[in-house]
Each structure stands twice: as C-alpha cells, then as structure tokens.
Design a protein. Structure first.
Length: 306
C-alpha cells in the first residue's frame, strides 16, 4: 500500500518520529518535518488543551512555505480522556494531516478526520486490536512490536507484520527498537511501508527530555529496558535505572496506582520514570535532528546493497 498522498508531500524518508509523552514538543516536530520526516506529538503533552491550539499555530507557522514533511497529533480514544472532544475540535480546525489514535476505537473520530482530508493511523500491539481498528475505518496500522518503548507489545515483527499484511492493504508503520537506516529498509522488506521511531529521537538536542534522561539512554544496554505493568497498569517499557531511582522494585510485584489522563498531578508525579525501547542499546550520541536525519538517510540508501 502506498503511503497516503497527503503524507507524501515533503517526505524524504519513510519514517514517523513517534509521539512521546512529555518528550515530543513543537521544536522536535518542526525539526523532524524540516528534515523530511513526519513529526508528531501527543495532544496530552499540551496542558491545558488551549495550548495545543497554540502549538499547532507555531508548527504551521514554522513550516509555512517550506518543503517539509507533514505533521501529526496523537489522540488517546480511551473514555478516561476527558479532553478528547476539545482536542479533536482543535485538530479539525487545523486540519492536521495525520491523526494517530490509541487505546480505543471511535468511527466518528475517524470520519471527522476524513471529512477534511486527513488520515488516521492506529497504534496496536496485537492482531485483535489491529483488526478492530481496520473495521472502524483507519487508514493505517502501527504495529508496536517487542522491544519498543512506551506501551509496546510482545509480538515478533516478522509474525505481526506478515499476519497484518495478509489481512490489511492499508499503510503499515512498523515500530519497535527502530533506530538505524537499515531498520527502515528491513521494515519495508517485511511488508511495512514506514518505520516508527521513538527512542532514537529522545536522544536528540531538540527533544524535550531532561539531560539525565538522555544520558540514561546513552548508558543503557538493551537489557536495561524493563517491560512491566507496574507503572501504568498495562505493559510498557521503562529504563531500569529510572525505575530504581523511583523506588520501584518490579521484581517483587510492587504496585503503583495506574497513571490515567484524569489525574494530571499523578502524571506529573511519575514523569521521572522514563520510557525507552530496546533500541537504546544502539544509541551512542545526542545529535541535532538534522544530523540524525542525514545519517538515517545515508544508512537507508546504503542498505540497498546489503
């Protein structure tokens, strides 16, 4: 399936810089888009909701008249997201090209985005959720496979992408420990259309992550990424050191009240438990996005002969 036409404008590399909690801000989005990579951010990073309107104004102003890739916004669809309708209204008003949904399915949300010409991709960690999203009418599926950061799954990408491609002719964006140009090529060989990169973009100058967070990624091996449900109530990947610094011993089954979007104070309280994928084990520097993008493009081009 070709990448949707609305996302092809200005696209120089088939990559989406994933929307990351607290890390993805306007600076990261703008710089990735300038480099021909689709930049995204979670709507919930803007607090209050009115700030999302301001951020989209800023992004649009910075990219106006440039040969840049398109941008996107993630909207959690779960019923706990009390801001969904307000954020959706802002997204519609700005005609955001790409909307990424997660944690639920709302055909009416998809229809609203389609009405202005946008496209909807959905995060999924297994086939059941992926096919429910397909039935709801999404344009693309983002299979988050084993080793990914955030709320990743445990499926092997060979299995997940192959099964998904058999049943879905829309856009597939593979996520999970992606951080090198060869990985982008490998995703396409597997049958995906694009790659979804998160952790690699945390370790950039423009990412809105604390210096200690970035250094922790540089210091981490893949085995320092812990997959646990003890932070958010569902399986997610976190850096071992940040869990230990927060006093969480996941090995003893310690329970922490799940973080929900209804409780802003609780979200802030756990902002120092840092998420990353197993791709952290491959990261050795914190470059500017422009430098990283050029590197990825060169690696991707060179991988043709590998």
């Amino acid at each position: 399936m070709p990448i949707p036409a609305i996302l092809q404008e200005g696209l120089q590399l088939p990559v989406i810089a994933a929307p990351m909690f607290l890390v993805s801000g306007t600076r990261l989005v703008i710089e990735t888009c300038k480099q021909g990579i689709i930049g995204t951010l979670p709507a919930l990073n803007a607090r209050p909701s009115s700030q999302l309107d301001e951020w989209l104004d800023e992004i649009e102003g910075a990219l106006a008249g440039r040969q840049a890739a398109r941008f996107g916004v993630m909207l959690p669809i779960h019923k706990s997201n009390q801001r969904l309708e307000q954020d959706l209204d802002i997204v519609i008003r700005h005609k955001v090209p790409l909307v990424i949904t997660a944690a639920g399915h709302r055909p009416d949300v998809i229809a609203a985005v389609h009405a202005y010409g946008g496209v909807v991709f959905h995060d999924a960690i297994h086939m059941k959720h992926a096919m429910k999203a397909v039935e709801a009418g999404v344009d693309g599926i983002i299979p988050i496979c084993a080793g990914g950061g955030g709320n990743a799954g445990t499926l092997n990408p060979f299995t997940f992408v192959s099964q998904l491609r058999e049943q879905f002719d829309g856009t597939i964006v593979l996520g999970g420990a992606m951080g090198h140009g060869r990985h982008i090529r490998a995703a396409k060989v597997l049958g995906a259309d694009m790659a979804y990169m998160g952790t690699r973009f945390i370790a950039t100058e423009e990412a809105n992550a604390k210096p200690r967070f970035k250094q922790m990624i540089l210091d981490a091996a893949s085995t320092d990424v812990i997959y646990t449900n003890k932070v958010t109530g569902i399986g997610a990947s976190f850096l071992r050191e940040s869990l230990l610094k927060a006093g969480l011993d996941w090995r003893e089954g310690a329970l922490i009240p799940p973080v929900t979007v209804e409780n802003e104070e609780e979200m802030i309280a756990w902002r120092d438990i840092w998420s990353a994928g197993q791709g952290a084990g491959l990261i050795r520097d914190v470059p500017a996005v422009a430098e990283l993008a050029q590197r990825l493009k060169a690696e991707f081009a060179a991988s043709v002969d590998v």
